[in-house]
Design a protein around this ligand. Structure first.
Ligand SMILES: CCCCCCCCCCCCCCCCCCCCCCCCCCCCCC(=O)SCCNC(=O)CCNC(=O)[C@H](O)C(C)(C)COP(=O)(O)OP(=O)(O)OC[C@H]1O[C@@H](n2cnc3c(N)ncnc32)[C@H](O)[C@@H]1OP(=O)(O)O
Ligand SMILES: NC(=O)C1=CN([C@@H]2O[C@H](COP(=O)(O)OP(=O)(O)OC[C@H]3O[C@@H](n4cnc5c(N)ncnc54)[C@H](OP(=O)(O)O)[C@@H]3O)[C@@H](O)[C@H]2O)C=CC1
Length: 497
């Protein structure tokens, strides 16, 4: 019998960010392994015209929850969606809901965050720092609380090369940052943002670092743990391989490459691609929840959920495997044949951006205009280039994360728990994982049917023929011009003929 699964039985669990990528995988695993848990409170905001209930039903109706509905048929009764906006005071939670949360919650998993790299500092501070502070305050008023698990990121200290499982101080105290956001206007914040974030690459990683310091400083007597996943990718094994539902991290680029938009990316092939499957992160999170509540470590433990030091893979290997998978499982209606490459310096990056990204987009838009349609490719390409420039920082560096606490926890688990809540990435076969990831992107993000593969292959053949035709025509035009202007070229031509 799994001790961890048994621990969550009968518990009231509060999850923030349950509608996000990680939150959904976390809820799924909780219900599947501990169907006898009492209730899962989720803090949800109404979005895109959907009520809270509609949002919950949409999640439960997805393929991700198919197994859960078999083992826990009354799952919808056990999810209690609470209307909340983490940007508001007291999260805009009603008095009755707040009373219920305060008096019943046993475990908190704080996953909500803004993960946008370019978010305005005010908003990133509000969600990643102030909301964490408010949640800690709420937690301190929960008499039955056993553990508070804060999800951070392994990149919260990406300004360092070697990162230990400790909370590092920030140059400016989070409290001062929070205060200043209250009275500074947006224009001034824009101006001082580069100075404040210093050697962090963006507001996301900077505010996640501030969030950790808040957790450490204001955790009081709570049983707290911090989890730092690296780049979260599609699921590895559970509930099935390849599940993914957003464009963050590599997923968006896999689409861009598979559809033929992405031709080159400035990346270092030998740099470590520190991906970690979402189900591995969730297994560690649940194990940490159990350990923190039952063993009550004296200090706040930080757990790195990374792959680089235990089972490293680099961007070169990953890129090649992604491209190899497109051969077997192509995406439908590609713009060009998938054929991306890595560049390593500014000049080649600018060259390939002009030749392989911007020029085809301009030509295609010209064709759309000629045929009376609205041009859209240049806009799309500009977005892609902006995304690439934001991700560049992470694909041209390697970091070393120590994993003492994570390995210690692994050794504390019973053999059964090591199996049910497996977070040992040494067992991960990268080639298989990446193939399933690409397949998952096709099925669950692009919603493409496997039955369409023969047609997609046919389409790629047509694109290849168009490509050959275009290149031949281009060569003949260039050669004709050369013959007209150069005696040497004429002589070569007559010689060949
Ligand atoms: C040895 C020899 C070697 C040879 C090798 C040859 C091989 C060749 C290689 C081929 C390549 C193959 C494919 C690629 C495979 C791997 C490539 C490497 C990928 C690396 C990615 C690493 C990322 C690391 C990040 C790590 C950071 C820390 C991790 C975390 O803690 S949190 C999660 C990370 N957060 C994010 O990822 C958020 C990023 N997104 C943003 O910040 C923003 O969305 C934005 C990118 C700034 C864009 O903002 P905008 O306001 O412009 O747009 P908006 O958000 O409104 O979206 C507009 C449309 O764009 C879509 N979109 C959003 N995000 C992405 C994305 N990441 N990628 C693509 N598209 C995206 C969005 O959906 C919108 O679309 P619409 O709805 O249709 O309008
Ligand atoms: N994805 C990754 O690669 C990595 C993620 N992490 C961390 O893991 C955690 C989860 O990330 P992930 O699931 O990918 O992120 P997502 O962007 O998928 O999910 C974010 C969640 O936060 C919620 N949220 C955002 N703003 C508010 C708000 N004002 N009020 C209420 N809820 C809000 C979102 O709700 P809504 O659905 O309404 O928008 C959503 O449920 C984050 O803490 C992130 O920093 C760490 C490392 C890597």
């Amino acid at each position: 019998m799994s001790m961890i699964a048994a621990f969550y039985g009968g518990k009231s669990i509060l999850i923030t960010g349950a509608t996000g990528f990680m939150g959904k995988v976390l809820m799924e695993k909780l219900f599947r392994t501990s169907p006898d848990l009492k209730v899962v409170y989720i803090l949800v905001r109404p979005k895109q015209g959907q009520t809270l209930q509609q949002r919950v039903f949409q999640i439960l109706d997805s393929k991700l929850f198919e197994k859960v509905k078999e083992v826990c048929p009354n799952v919808h009764e056990k999810i209690r969606a609470i209307s909340a906006d983490l940007n508001q005071n007291d999260f805009a939670i009603s008095k009755e809901d707040m009373k219920e949360l305060l008096s019943h919650t046993n475990i908190i998993f704080h996953c909500a965050a803004t993960v946008r790299f370019d978010d305005h500092l005010r908003h990133a501070v509000q969600l990643n720092v102030t909301a964490t502070q408010q949640l800690l305050l709420m937690a301190s008023q929960m008499p039955k609380l056993e553990a508070f698990i804060h999800i951070s990121t392994a990149f919260s200290n990406c300004n360092l090369k070697h990162i230990d499982e400790v909370v590092y101080p920030c140059p400016v105290e989070p409290k001062k940052i929070i205060d200043s956001m209250e009275w500074l206007d947006d224009a001034i914040i824009d101006e001082i943002t580069p100075k404040l974030i210093g050697d962090w690459p963006n507001t996301y990683t900077y505010t996640k670092a501030l969030g950790e310091v808040v957790v450490q400083q204001e955790g009081g007597n709570l049983n707290i743990a911090i989890i730092r996943p690296s780049i979260m990718g599609a699921t590895w094994q559970e509930p099935f391989p390849g599940w993914v539902d957003n464009l963050n991290g590599p997923s968006g680029l896999i689409i861009a490459a598979g559809k033929g938009f992405l031709r080159s990316i400035r990346a270092t092939p030998m740099a470590v691609a520190d991906l970690i499957p979402a189900d591995t992160v969730v297994n560690l999170t649940l194990a940490v929840g159990w350990y923190t509540a039952v063993h009550r470590p004296k200090s706040t433990l930080v757990y790195h959920c990374t792959s680089g030091n235990l089972n490293p893979c680099n961007w070169g290997k990953m890129g090649l495997q992604v491209l190899a998978t497109f051969e077997k499982i192509p995406f439908e209606r590609a713009f060009r044949r998938p054929n991306a490459d890595f560049t390593t310096n500014n000049i080649t990056t600018h060259y390939w951006n002009a030749v392989s990204h911007r020029a085809p987009a301009i030509i295609y838009d010209f064709y759309l205009r000629l045929t009376g349609r609205k041009p859209r490719m240049t806009k799309l390409m500009n977005r892609l280039l902006r995304t690439l420039s934001m991700l560049e920082y992470f694909v041209n560096r390697s970091w070393e994360w120590s994993t003492y606490n994570t390995e210690m926890l692994m050794s504390e688990l019973s053999p059964e728990d090591q199996r049910v809540f497996n977070f040992d990435v040494r067992q991960l076969n990268w080639l298989e994982y990446i193939e399933n990831y690409v397949l998952g992107v096709k099925k669950y993000l692009l919603k493409e049917d496997m039955a369409g593969i023969p047609e997609a292959k046919q389409h790629l053949k047509r694109l290849r023929n168009i490509h050959y035709l275009f290149n031949t025509a281009l060569f003949l035009i260039a050669w004709r011009l050369l013959i007209a202007r150069s005696q040497v070229a004429r002589n070569v031509w007559f010689f060949i003929m």
